[in-house]
Design a protein around this ligand. Structure first.
Ligand SMILES: [Fe+2]
Length: 430
């Protein structure tokens, strides 16, 4: 487990650490690292100018060698040069299951949440009216959630640095209790001339520095925001749509390695996550482009999703909810809508970017692959009951109730089963 927090104490003033251990058991200490950045790390205005505010110090500690599915308690501390300590309140978390472990595992996924003011006051550039509803639903149901993925467009600070503290304060009840994992979006990373795949100014000059310092995710290089992570029977491959993903790139190679290296007998639920819609979406903006997705998205990646039998691909960026049939090359590979038995033969694509930011319209065009659309704020929950049974639910943020769902029920041999472009060729020799 990784614990990250901010303070005003640099390494010459106090040592940051975490006191932690099994709940009710002996507590030990782990050191924390300290990072910060200054105005020269920002790529442009407003982050470098009127939006700049000294971020203080960002501390990260790695709590290692945890027993699976065990309750731990922890407290953040700073030890000053004179030996006195300052403490934060006690928190607790349940450690992750071992990869492949058979226990009930519940995952919440959404994009584009942002933040809002509980007292109704206005803020500059404010446009995430659903953010508090989503946050409050998750807090109210926290004992039934094991891990969260916020897949890009995190807080929409857009170069106004102090808004990151506002956002982290809003999600603290969640992020201090369960893993809060991220993907990178345009509002975190994009800036002209800085290596982002899109040359727009959506990050307000942050060019990824804020998200890469304020949160830890297990990337090899924090600017290349792609990584894989295992949670019990799930394997998640998280792509970074703000860097090139096309064949021949470093990221494409990573995606293939992530998908190829999972043992599906132990981790049958293979989920692909990314910010922009690389798969399918009926959002009006994508329909107007004629591609029904990010240009160069599925052309580049659908062969990988098919070959490695990705179950579900979930995206943000479009501020609405949509679910497709299991699909490959624009063709539904399964006509069922609610209970998938046996092989899917394709990947189910989901847009889940409706967690907070103002909603985006769907095209009136009806496609054959779109099963359910909702123009409202909401989020997705996956529950793996065991190696054979998965429940997918879409919940609205306004009431926490389920408005769309399906189940997958299958055996290991159904994952091994061959369909179009999913198996290597066989020999006639026996
Ligand atoms: Fe976005």
């Amino acid at each position: 487990m990784t614990v990250t927090w901010t303070s005003g104490y640099g390494i010459n003033e106090a040592e940051p650490f975490v006191e932690w251990g099994p709940k009710g058991g002996q507590q030990g200490h782990s050191p924390a690292g300290t990072l910060t950045f200054d105005r020269s790390s920002m790529c442009g205005a407003p982050a470098r100018t009127v939006g700049w505010r000294d971020p203080g110090f960002i501390h990260t500690s790695f709590l290692k060698e945890l027993w699976p599915n065990t309750m731990y308690t922890y407290k953040l501390g700073h030890r000053f040069l004179n030996g006195t300590c300052m403490w934060n309140q006690m928190h607790q978390f349940k450690s992750s299951p071992y990869p492949g472990q058979n226990s009930v595992q519940r995952v919440v996924i959404f994009g584009d949440m942002g933040k809002d003011e509980a007292d109704g006051s206005n803020e500059y550039n404010q446009f995430q009216p659903g953010a508090l509803n989503t946050t409050n639903q998750l807090i109210n149901d926290l004992e039934n959630i094991d891990i969260v993925f916020h897949i890009g467009d995190i807080c929409y600070a857009n170069g106004y640095i102090s808004q990151w503290d506002q956002f982290t304060s809003q999600i603290e009840p969640i992020a201090s209790t369960i893993p809060y994992m991220l993907a990178s979006g345009n509002h975190e990373r994009d800036w002209p001339g800085t290596g982002s795949f899109y040359g727009n100014m959506d990050s307000g000059g942050e060019c990824g520095v804020l998200v890469q310092n304020m949160f830890y995710v297990p990337t090899v290089n924090r600017d290349k925001f792609w990584y894989s992570t295992d949670y019990g029977m799930f394997r998640f491959c998280i792509a970074d749509t703000e860097h090139d993903w096309r064949q021949g790139t470093e990221q494409y190679n990573f995606i293939e390695h992530c998908l190829a290296s999972v043992d599906r007998q132990k981790q049958p639920w293979l989920i692909f996550l990314a910010h922009r819609v690389l798969g399918y979406s009926s959002d009006a903006s994508y329909a107007d482009e004629g591609s029904f997705a990010e240009p160069m998205g599925r052309e580049s990646l659908q062969k990988l999703w098919q070959k490695y039998k990705v179950d579900i691909a979930i995206f943000g960026h479009v501020h609405n909810y949509e679910r497709t049939c299991p699909i490959y090359q624009n063709i539904c590979t399964n006509n069922e809508k609610h209970l998938y038995k046996g092989a899917l033969n394709g990947t189910i694509h989901v847009a889940a970017g409706g967690a907070g930011a103002s909603l985006s319209e769907f095209t009136p065009i009806q496609t054959k692959w779109s099963i359910f659309r909702d123009y409202d704020h909401g989020f997705v929950k996956l529950t793996a009951f065991d190696h054979s049974n998965l429940l997918f639910e879409y919940k609205k943020s306004r009431d926490g109730k389920v408005y769309d769902s399906f189940r997958i029920s299958r055996d290991y041999r159904d994952i091994l089963a061959c369909t179009v472009d999913s198996c290597p060729s066989t020999t006639l020799a026996s």
